[in-house]
Design a protein around this ligand. Structure first.
Ligand code: C2O
Ligand code: CU
Ligand code: CU
Length: 461
């Protein structure tokens, strides 16, 4: 029992439960949402970029400087916009005073470009990372991945978005005016100390660090001003451990058009959507249809106000969303393949394991042949306290969900995924293939679980 009371957030909590969820503040809406800048190319001849991990001070609270990390800035990072087919060269520079790596979450790249814990760049050093974009349009992200330090570095501010566009995404007539009707939303919860600093060591919980203060794109108390038109929101749960369930406070529905790794075949109408850490979804909210006399806001499951909307009097262009967005398919052959890899997620706090083991950089847990589809079964084994959701993520590929406890996945999960919420006691089957060789990580994306060893390695041969 003493172990269970170690986490800061669980202290003083009379009954035992996993990951006691502290509630979030309501956004007062006093600050217009910041939009990450779009990263510019180093030159016109090639698709070359420079990304620096750096230390800085950021004014999150008025008149107060908070010590933070950022990419090409002091907090979070720019948005990296790539086209399918691009050969990309990134000069990654580590200006921190500790080791880091540059991981491209969701990108189907060769293992030597993936930026896992083996690809350390030391302070003051740099590396050229090259890859070809071969996957379809999607909203991905990048963040550090050094062994045992991922959670702290992400918490301090290292995270940025990647947009991949392709012929399909450009021809669908979806909102694409960046920052106007195509809005990135990076949701993170933090705890600030009495000096308004991010004191990770003090806030840290081994079962996942949960904060009481919401930042969206690094903005405290954000609001978003929109025209009366369809607006595409690219949601990223960029928090260390908190799950979000997004809804409109009016109860109105919206449509989901994309999962982690691409468009759904057709828009799916929803009243709410849950994203666990590292998951993304693209949704479209039609502000021309909503009654703007109400105070509109995006809220969380518990009713806390995440993002108030200010709907301007201006009408925007509002094209209908097409009925066919993609040609994603789970084949009958994939459905009938036998399970060849079993992954058991178990434990809590520092005791988390995969198949009874903790991460060992020297150990390869599985091998798989390049280009061959296999079926993995991921099982979240309950513990005496019932267990908790583990968001399970695999590097270097996008996979398909075959079933959850034998049932077909919900319509809005019938698309490419690289992270999946696995509920206590649940068995999830996925069809997965790797297009490149090398060693890739798979892990729980509660970052403290990852750092505590809930991670394994697969070698693709
Ligand atoms: Cu978001 Cu191992 O990564
Ligand atoms: Cu990843
Ligand atoms: Cu976990």
């Amino acid at each position: 029992d003493s172990m269970r009371n170690m986490g800061g957030n669980m202290m003083g909590n009379g009954h035992m439960s996993h990951n006691e969820v502290v509630s979030l503040n309501d956004s007062t809406g006093e600050n217009e949402l910041k939009i990450p800048s779009m990263l510019e190319r180093d030159n016109e001849e090639e698709v070359a970029y420079t990304v620096r991990a750096q230390i800085g001070k950021t004014e999150i609270f008025d008149g107060i400087e908070t010590n933070t990390y950022g990419y090409n800035g002091t907090f979070l990072g720019p948005m990296l916009r790539l086209d399918k087919g691009d050969t990309v060269k990134i000069k990654a520079i580590n200006e921190l005073d500790e080791n880091t790596t540059f991981h491209w979450h969701g990108l189907e790249v060769a293992a030597d470009a993936d930026g896992g814990p083996h690809d350390v760049i030391k302070p003051g050093e740099e590396k050229i990372i090259e890859f070809k974009v071969e996957q379809e349009a999607a909203t991905l992200w990048f963040h550090p991945h050094p062994e045992g330090k991922t959670s702290e570095q992400v918490y301090n501010g290292l995270a940025g978005l990647i947009y991949i566009e392709d012929d399909n995404s450009k021809s669908l007539g979806l909102p694409t005016d960046y920052g106007k009707n195509d809005i990135p939303l990076i949701f993170q919860d933090k705890t600030f100390d009495d000096k308004k600093q991010l004191n990770y060591r003090a806030a840290m919980n081994d079962d996942g660090t949960i904060g009481d203060t919401l930042l969206i794109n690094g903005t405290l108390n954000p609001k978003l001003t929109v025209n009366k038109e369809k607006v595409r929101l690219r949601l990223l749960n960029g928090s260390n451990a908190r799950n979000f369930t997004f809804k409109l406070n009016t109860g109105n529905s919206f449509v989901q058009i994309a999962t982690d790794g691409g468009f759904l075949n057709a828009p799916v109408t929803l009243n709410e959507i849950t994203l666990t850490p590292s998951e993304r979804a693209e949704i479209v909210v039609d502000f021309a249809e909503l009654n703007t006399a109400n105070d509109l806001a995006l809220i969380n499951e518990d009713g806390s106000i995440l993002l108030p909307f200010d709907v301007s009097g201006q009408n925007g262009e509002t094209e209908e969303i097409q009925k066919e967005l993609n040609d994603f398919a789970l084949t009958s052959e994939e459905k009938s393949l036998p399970v060849t890899k079993e992954i058991e997620l178990f434990g809590m706090m520092e005791m988390v394991t995969i198949n009874g083991k903790k991460f060992d950089p020297e150990r390869i847990d599985f091998t798989q042949e390049q280009g061959v589809t296999e079926v993995w079964e991921i099982y979240n084994k309950k513990d005496m306290m019932g267990g908790m959701i583990h968001p399970f993520h695999i590097h270097g590929t996008q996979f398909k969900i075959i079933s959850r406890d034998g049932e077909e996945p919900a319509e809005n999960e019938q698309g490419w995924k690289d992270s999946i919420a696995v509920h206590p006691g649940e068995r999830v089957k996925i069809a997965i293939q790797f297009n490149h060789k090398g060693v890739y990580m798979f892990h729980c994306h509660i970052l403290e679980h990852e750092d505590n060893g809930m991670m394994g390695q697969i070698e693709v041969k």
